[in-house]
Design a protein around this ligand. Sequence first.
Ligand SMILES: *[C@@H]1O[C@H](CO)[C@@H](O)[C@H](O)[C@H]1NC(C)=O
Ligand SMILES: *[C@@H]1O[C@H](CO)[C@@H](O)[C@H](O)[C@H]1NC(C)=O
Ligand SMILES: *[C@@H]1O[C@H](CO)[C@@H](O)[C@H](O)[C@H]1NC(C)=O
Ligand SMILES: *[C@@H]1O[C@H](CO)[C@@H](O)[C@H](O)[C@H]1NC(C)=O
Ligand SMILES: *[C@@H]1O[C@H](CO)[C@@H](O)[C@H](O)[C@H]1NC(C)=O
Ligand SMILES: *[C@@H]1O[C@H](CO)[C@@H](O)[C@H](O)[C@H]1NC(C)=O
Ligand SMILES: *[C@@H]1O[C@H](CO)[C@@H](O)[C@H](O)[C@H]1NC(C)=O
Ligand SMILES: *[C@@H]1O[C@H](CO)[C@@H](O)[C@H](O)[C@H]1NC(C)=O
Ligand SMILES: *[C@@H]1O[C@H](CO)[C@@H](O)[C@H](O)[C@H]1NC(C)=O
Ligand SMILES: *[C@@H]1O[C@H](CO)[C@@H](O)[C@H](O)[C@H]1NC(C)=O
Ligand SMILES: *[C@@H]1O[C@H](CO)[C@@H](O)[C@H](O)[C@H]1NC(C)=O
Ligand SMILES: *[C@@H]1O[C@H](CO)[C@@H](O)[C@H](O)[C@H]1NC(C)=O
Length: 777
Amino acid sequence: MRSVSLCLASILAAGAPAYAHNYTWLNHPSELPYYGQSPPVYPTPQTNGSSSPKWAAAYAKARDILAQLELEEKVNITRGYTGQCVGNTGAVTRLGIEPICFADAPDGIRGSDFVSAFPSQSHLAATWDKDLFLAYGKAIGKEYHDKGINVALGPVAGPLGRIARAGRNWEGLSSDPYLAGAGMYHVTDGMQSSGVIATAKHFLLNEQEFRRRPNQTYDPIGEAISSNVDDRTIHELYAWPFYDALKAGAACVMCSYQRANNSYACQNSKLLNGILKTEMHFEGFIVSDWEAQHTGIASANAGLDVVMPDGGYWGANLTQAVNNGSVAIDRLDDMVTRTLAAYYYLEQEDYPEVGVYSDTVEHPIVNVQGDHKKIIREIGAAGTVLVKNVDNTLPLKSPQFVSIYGYDADIMAQPWENVARYGGGYEVNHLWNTFNGTLITGGGSGGNIPPYVISPFKAIQDRVIEDGGIVRWNFWSENPHVSATSQVCLVFINAYASESFDRPSLVDTFSDNLVNNVATNCSNTVVVVHSAGVRLVDAWIDNPNVTAVVFAGTPGQESGHSLVDLLYGDVTPSGKLHYTVAKQEADYGSLLNPTISDDWFPQSDFDEGLYIDYRAFDSKLNVTPRFEFGFGLSYTIFSYADLNVEALADASNSSSLAAFPDTSIALVQGGHPQLWDTLWNVTATVTNNGTTGASGAEVAQLYISIPTAPLRQLRGFDKVGPLAPGESATAVFELRRRDLSVWNVVAQEWELQKGSYKLWVGASSRDLRLEGEIVVS
Ligand SMILES: *[C@@H]1O[C@H](CO)[C@@H](O)[C@H](O)[C@H]1NC(C)=O
Ligand SMILES: *[C@@H]1O[C@H](CO)[C@@H](O)[C@H](O)[C@H]1NC(C)=O
Ligand SMILES: *[C@@H]1O[C@H](CO)[C@@H](O)[C@H](O)[C@H]1NC(C)=O
Ligand SMILES: *[C@@H]1O[C@H](CO)[C@@H](O)[C@H](O)[C@H]1NC(C)=O
Ligand SMILES: *[C@@H]1O[C@H](CO)[C@@H](O)[C@H](O)[C@H]1NC(C)=O
Ligand SMILES: *[C@@H]1O[C@H](CO)[C@@H](O)[C@H](O)[C@H]1NC(C)=O
Ligand SMILES: *[C@@H]1O[C@H](CO)[C@@H](O)[C@H](O)[C@H]1NC(C)=O
Ligand SMILES: *[C@@H]1O[C@H](CO)[C@@H](O)[C@H](O)[C@H]1NC(C)=O
Ligand SMILES: *[C@@H]1O[C@H](CO)[C@@H](O)[C@H](O)[C@H]1NC(C)=O
Ligand SMILES: *[C@@H]1O[C@H](CO)[C@@H](O)[C@H](O)[C@H]1NC(C)=O
Ligand SMILES: *[C@@H]1O[C@H](CO)[C@@H](O)[C@H](O)[C@H]1NC(C)=O
Ligand SMILES: *[C@@H]1O[C@H](CO)[C@@H](O)[C@H](O)[C@H]1NC(C)=O
């Protein structure tokens, strides 16, 4: 979502890359050519909690309340009001039912104090660590719970990351749906285990910022971009991670801003009634993104349950529409039941008082940080990816003379309130505004507001003090003086991104010059890149004086500590890239830029289908990336052996290998239960066989070639270790029916393919060490 203050739009307009506003009106509505349409799916399926006893109990309680409600009271629960939280449903004063409170962001509570600033979800994904996914969800969920917030607006799997320059990719997990899905599952599970309702968002196909909303002053006027995507691609890429969130029990889903096949996502019956509420059997409620509702009756009938942030086209209009029969009372009852059921599913009857306060008035202190700084520091280091390390430059061996360069090394010299614009986002970077300091999160409603920031400069300086050394620094110059005695030169650059606009580029010359200038006079130049998305490195990656490079992502409040843990070897790097880093922008082809259009009805055709990110680089573009998906170095090396592919008991039973799931079995939330059955178990032995003496963890990855699908797709990963030198562990990859199926558009069902599936286990999508096969007969 986004906050809705008016000054926000003007700030964004000022900061966003300028767009030529002289649109031509070529496709004025009167001259509209034929565009694709979204198939109608009506009515909204009503559900009753049949997924599990816990859902059924929640529905029983919700129905009891529903039976006591008058029409206006029901309608009041489906709409937003201005209140203490960023979203508040209407109360039912007669029965003492309080508003339900909604708040941002996916990486920590935005717009409040005494809360933590976690790493972004994209940073989390780079850990490839399911235990950390869960711990992250639990810790964030606990903060929401303790602040009395009922609904947390995260986690994010849309955008997935189709477009390299898209402004919000850092809010989500990965451009690979399997990795994103694992993240959605464990983060949702963690958040809801702490008592808060998780919101899987944005549903669906919101893959760029340009013209994501209609009639915005900073974009050409007209309707929002329409994402036109074929049915198979929707299921196998974009909807995939939402299945995981639902499987973990997500009780809320947010529909997105843009259109799909020319129908706005929050009134798109195919997406909401069809894919989400029928195929995935969603039991919870759908909330609109803020101001994403564009019709009253159509959105109600397409499956929207709650409109935010105000009455939108509902309120008294919905009451009238029910009275005159345009919206069935059953549909309204279903909206209310789903919303109340979510509340009871999370057992929120005994919930803390809302403790979210405005910064402008003195207020009670509600401190929910707990000891979360520890997990933040750990994830910060675990999600940092080492991509170059010549002759064991890293870990640092207590250098005595340390030079530090670049605008990204320290916090800005600006007062806090200057940085805390857009609802508290900590928006600091080079491209956005020069010299504003180190980047710990991205901008917009997905940004968090830190209780403090441990900058890289602070943490490194503390470490050098312990070592009895000295530091020299220059944060401002593009061509700083390099002390001849420097034993190591640390150069800090960043790449910012935000909601509301797409990134102007994946590089900037100031930062590239800075790195090369330092390297000219420093033969041990270590580059640290904080970035909210892909940042290219070819301007200097082969410079022999650039001896080590780390992608340090958007690590949150403990940034400097996480980095020092890694640079000095207290933690061995194990992070791996969750997207492809190309050699040059052009290598992304049509996946570099958002669709730019002046038309009144702009169209974005996802013609590449399943081939995004490494699927495209491997199969279609035939371009060698600089750093492939899944790549990341360690301070040691690992060997892989003993691939074992075991058909499980079910797999030898011919009915469990039927092409389609058994139609006599009822759907549950997350889709057909058999999609989640494990059919094969693959294992491999991973050994730390390096000679540096470092212990380290390794993320082993399984890729599979499904007949009729892209060359290789990630279908398993397992982080093993830390392993001492010489030590081994077994990496385990459980392949479920869904992992081996493709979406059959005729049957409208997941279908297991007959024949041979080649599979590989390795250290990245191109460093494949072991090869095996599965045969489905
Ligand atoms: C906008 O486009 C029209 C038609 O091409 C042209 O006449 C006009 O000068 C343009 N205006 C600006 C401000 O560029
Ligand atoms: C969009 O249209 C394509 C092509 O007709 C179809 O395969 C797909 O299911 C449609 N999706 C939606 C959400 O309408
Ligand atoms: C609940 O829904 C399921 C399927 O949607 C249906 O089979 C069952 O009869 C319903 N139960 C009740 C109590 O309404
Ligand atoms: C609807 O909600 C608003 C805001 O919470 C509240 O002031 C109002 O009394 C509610 N209306 C009814 C009928 O309960
Ligand atoms: C955008 O503005 C145009 C012209 O004022 C209007 O016709 C159209 O309905 C608006 N679209 C939306 C979704 O509000
Ligand atoms: C009802 O609909 C009209 C437009 O049709 C709109 O102006 C109004 O704000 C809507 N909402 C409410 C709560 O009445
Ligand atoms: C029913 O009420 C809605 C909301 O006011 C209105 O938009 C619609 O035109 C009405 N329909 C009929 C048939 O009166
Ligand atoms: C960022 O730095 C620029 C240039 O020094 C300054 O004008 C601007 O106010 C700063 N912005 C913030 C948010 O601190
Ligand atoms: C680099 O070193 C050369 C030779 O020592 C010196 O002339 C030059 O000023 C140095 N440049 C920087 C930016 O320190
Ligand atoms: C690397 O650094 C050394 C020492 O400052 C310098 O002499 C050399 O020219 C540099 N090499 C390059 C390629 O810049
Ligand atoms: C797969 O193999 C591992 C290692 O032997 C074992 O721990 C796990 O339980 C197996 N999974 C299944 C579903 O059999
Ligand atoms: C590590 O394993 C690789 C491949 O299995 C082997 O070539 C290499 O000799 C091993 N290194 C050590 C130090 O054992």
